[in-house]
Design a protein around this ligand. Structure first.
Ligand SMILES: *[C@@H]1O[C@H](CO)[C@@H](O)[C@H](O)[C@H]1NC(C)=O
Ligand SMILES: *[C@@H]1O[C@H](CO)[C@@H](O)[C@H](O)[C@H]1NC(C)=O
Ligand SMILES: *[C@@H]1O[C@H](CO)[C@@H](O)[C@H](O)[C@H]1NC(C)=O
Ligand SMILES: *[C@@H]1O[C@H](CO)[C@@H](O)[C@H](O)[C@H]1NC(C)=O
Ligand SMILES: *[C@@H]1O[C@H](CO)[C@@H](O)[C@H](O)[C@H]1NC(C)=O
Ligand SMILES: *[C@@H]1O[C@H](CO)[C@@H](O)[C@H](O)[C@H]1NC(C)=O
Ligand SMILES: *[C@@H]1O[C@H](CO)[C@@H](O)[C@H](O)[C@H]1NC(C)=O
Length: 689
């Protein structure tokens, strides 16, 4: 059961713009208002889809309209609205207010570089109808996001009615690729969480989710140390689960940390129904320890995370992996990774990426992307059919030179766009995208946009209309593995970052009159984050005067309807383990976390975080757990002088071990269980710390 979204109290209210619209994220290209009575949105609204176009394509206009209806009910807090209808007629004559979705294939929308895009749409707002017109269903989908954001901002403004000024809105993105990447190779994530990320990101008109689905931790002593064979034990993972009896089954020894085909397909469909394309990445011939652990005979001598491309079995093995999984993917492009390989083997490398590009194209019709990689050769060059994802200056060729040479480029420059789960070495990367840098930094600076590659050297930036600049992807890496973060901590790092990225990747920093100011973004973001429909990553729950529940008696095994509570919260209880089995079982569990009796150990995503506190037997102990998005600590028996923090240890590339706080959602759903013997009483969860 999912909890339904509940409006939370909001301190900021977005001011309406001179145009009559609220400043939404991303900003729209243009709106011209007309005089006359506004469109009034109420629960008698009908959503109608043009019958000529309703079922064309996948997702179709009708599919998108069904999701939109659910979202509108949520964002406007309507009890319900009538099911989506199909109609050949436009709307002026209807007696009820109407939102009409239609396709006009003659409509042309263009990116900043003049290339056509299907992501554009128009909203024609009259007194009794809003018509969303696009050249393809995906454009209409983005139009529904615009409409929903205006509703959310109107609701938050406190005005009694939800109204739209009459006028003509026209909008389309500046760039084709507006994506985010998650390192799902070094950290395990289930598909339900990843689907929720798609749904959330799509509210900000992000259209790609790049899954970096194979990788390993990097620790030189373990990988390259003499004789200790640490490489066999270092964490490495591949997330697509081969079919039963597949010849490549050995690639995935931990099935519990892989996606079945049906789980993957369901996620891919959910993302597509929200306008997001999954771009899968299988990274070879570097970052390939997971393959070496399976087939040690393919690795480079002394470098187990690199495959030796000269062995006759290496490329056929990589092809056999793609053979198994290419049929899973509905995207027209995949990433073969191909980063950080030996510069001294440039010809092997270039032959490999070109061969894989042809192979993937011939097998599936799909195109290939690689990460920018420095591989100097006098005789060979990477095919210009391959899109290059730039991420770092010393590690790949200069983006302007690549584009001049005819390569399509995606900007993932780390100075602006990299995040790392929880921490990074020497704090190289911020927790969230650096807002000063993104909005302009130095006085007069225009800030980051996909055409900006360097903050220090303008010669590395390009113009917004460069025909070979496809757009941008913002990556979040998980260099410290599974136990560095919970899945929700990853969402906390992404939440605001995705919104500001969405603005810049759609509208840019210099071209558009309605592009947001930082103040406008700051006022609208909390409202839109709280209203974003279709998921509940904030784990908002119903509460009365901030009290979620307050129970004198907790029955062992009792299940509450509250699956999980997002921080900040304070969870208090008294517990008396019996002497029978004092350290067995769970005290509380929920969909995001479990609290075990032994050592007061929190569990999240299969990882254990012991507090190191042993509860005495046959004696009541009172525990108050205080959590924010940055930490979780316990106060025992009211002793406020000692805060016991739950922490993790992160091994930063073998250079140093760093301690980090853990934030856990409250395990609010089930009391006791898993063999717990003893008593629990006075359980309460109050929002706030
Ligand atoms: C890679 O394989 C080739 C061909 O067998 C061999 O000559 C070379 O030494 C190998 N290199 C490494 C680093 O394993
Ligand atoms: C920018 O480009 C120049 C060469 O055009 C290069 O020397 C410089 O290091 C680049 N790097 C950055 C971060 O701007
Ligand atoms: C380009 O580079 C300069 C210098 O690094 C920077 O100040 C500017 O904001 C960048 N953006 C544009 C659009 O030129
Ligand atoms: C998967 O199983 C392995 C081995 O039993 C275990 O170490 C790991 O924590 C499990 N992963 C998850 C996510 O539960
Ligand atoms: C409690 O945690 C410590 C380390 O934090 C560990 O050595 C001990 O085995 C744990 N005890 C139980 C019962 O889990
Ligand atoms: C987490 O993993 C690291 C190694 O990556 C290990 O040193 C540490 O003990 C693990 N557990 C916790 C709770 O920190
Ligand atoms: C954990 O959070 C507390 C409160 O902000 C802070 O004082 C402490 O330094 C943090 N610990 C670590 C390891 O970051």
């Amino acid at each position: 059961m999912r909890l339904t979204f509940l409006a939370v109290h909001l301190s900021s209210v977005a001011a309406v713009l001179a145009t009559g619209l609220y400043p939404q994220i991303p900003s729209v290209a243009s709106f011209s208002s007309s005089s006359g009575d506004p469109f009034l949105l109420a629960s008698d609204v009908r959503i109608l889809v043009d019958s000529k176009e309703a079922s064309v394509g996948s997702p179709s206009l009708l599919d998108f309209a069904q999701v939109f209806r659910e979202d509108l009910i949520s964002v406007a807090s309507f009890a319900t609205i009538l099911p989506v209808g199909v109609s050949s007629k436009n709307t002026a004559s209807y007696l009820f207010p109407t939102i009409y979705l239609t396709i006009d294939t003659k409509k042309q929308y263009t990116l900043f570089n003049g290339k056509p895009t299907e992501d554009g749409y128009d909203l024609t707002i009259t007194h009794n109808s809003i018509t969303i017109t696009a050249s393809a269903p995906i454009g209409a989908w983005w139009g529904t996001r615009t409409l929903l954001q205006q509703v959310a901002l109107a609701v938050a403004s406190g005005s009694r009615q939800i109204t739209f000024p009459i006028g003509q809105l026209s909008d389309s993105p500046g760039w084709e690729v507006r994506g985010f990447m998650l390192d799902v190779g070094r950290h395990w994530f289930d598909t339900e969480f990843l689907s929720d990320l798609c749904i959330y990101a799509s509210f900000f008109k992000i259209n790609e989710f790049h899954l970096h689905a194979s990788d390993n931790l990097w620790n030189p002593a373990w990988l390259y140390g003499d004789g200790n064979e640490g490489w066999k034990k270092l964490y490495a993972a591949f997330r697509f689960q081969p079919a039963d009896g597949s010849p490549i089954a050995g690639l995935v020894p931990r099935l519990n940390e892989s996606w079945t085909q049906s789980d993957f397909r369901a996620m891919q469909t959910t993302c597509a129904q929200h306008g997001i394309t999954l771009i899968p990445e299988i990274d070879t011939p570097g970052h390939s320890l997971v393959i070496s652990q399976w087939k040690p005979e393919l690795m480079e001598n002394g470098t187990p995370d690199h495959l030796n491309l000269s062995y006759p079995d290496t490329i056929p093995t990589i092809k056999s992996i793609w053979d198994e999984f290419l049929p899973w993917f509905s995207s027209s492009e995949v990433s073969i990774g191909a980063d950080e390989y030996d510069a001294s083997l440039a010809n092997d490398y270039i032959n490999f990426v070109n061969e894989m590009s042809s192979y993937v194209k011939q097998k599936s019709g799909k195109s290939v992307r690689i990460w920018g990689t420095y591989e100097p050769s006098d005789t060979l060059s990477v095919s210009t059919d391959i899109t290059i994802q730039h991420w770092d200056f010393p590690d790949d060729d200069i983006p302007n030179q690549l584009m001049a040479a005819g390569y399509q480029v995606i900007n993932s420059e780390q100075d602006f766009l990299y995040l790392d789960g929880k921490t990074s070495e020497d704090n190289q990367f911020p927790q969230e995208l650096d807002q000063d840098l993104i909005w302009g930094g130095a006085p007069g600076g225009k800030g980051w946009a996909p055409n900006v590659f360097s903050a220090s050297d303008a010669s590395n930036n390009t113009s917004i209309d460069n025909p070979n600049l496809r757009g941008s992807i913002m990556p979040l890496w998980n260099d410290w593995g599974n136990n560095a973060t919970t899945r929700l901590e990853i969402y906390y790092q992404l939440a605001r970052s995705l919104a500001v990225f969405g603005e810049k990747a759609w509208s840019g920093s210099e071209a558009r009159p309605l592009a947001l100011t930082r103040d406008q973004f700051d006022a609208s973001y909390p409202i839109l984050n709280a209203a974003a429909p279709g998921q509940n990553l904030n784990r908002v729950v119903p509460a009365r005067n901030n009290v979620v529940y307050d129970l004198d008696i907790a029955v062992n095994g009792e299940v509450t309807p509250i699956e999980s509570v997002g921080p900040p919260y304070t969870m208090t209880f008294s517990v008396q383990p019996s002497s029978h089995s004092p350290s067995t079982g769970t005290l509380f569990s929920g969909i995001d976390s479990i609290l075990h009796v032994a050592n007061l150990t929190f569990e999240a995503t299969g990882q254990l975080y012991a507090l190191g506190y042993i509860l005495p037997q046959n004696k009541w102990t009172t525990v108050a757990i205080h959590a924010t998005r940055d930490y979780t600590y316990a106060i025992i028996d009211g002793d406020e002088s000692t805060k016991h923090y739950w922490t993790t240890l992160m091994d930063l590339w073998g250079d140093e071990i760093v301690i980090g706080n853990m934030s856990f959602a409250a395990p609010s759903q089930t009391f006791g269980g898993d063999g717990f013997s003893g008593a629990i009483k006075d359980v309460s969860i109050v929002l706030g710390t």
